[in-house]
Design a protein around this ligand. Structure first.
Ligand code: ZN
Length: 70
């Protein structure tokens, strides 16, 4: 059975939860909140995982209009 890591968005508590239903959000053991998000293993503290890829485009190759702003 899979064990996922979750983080509570309300209190910031990180915990592991054994999940049967893949879509179910477990309850935070600390504050009891349901506003939890799964931490994807493989992501090394990437930050916001909910925004998805390409949310913050890396600089270099975008709009090159802000040059020489010294
Ligand atoms: Zn919590």
């Amino acid at each position: 059975m899979p064990i996922y890591e979750y983080r509570c968005n309300q209190c910031g508590k990180e915990f592991e939860e054994l999940v049967m239903n893949d879509e179910e959000h477990p309850q935070c053991p600390a504050c009891g909140g349901k506003d939890t998000q799964r931490l994807l293993s493989g992501f090394a503290l990437g930050g916001e995982a909910g925004a998805g890829f390409g949310a913050s485009a890396p600089a270099g190759g975008g709009c090159g209009g802000t040059g020489g702003f010294t």
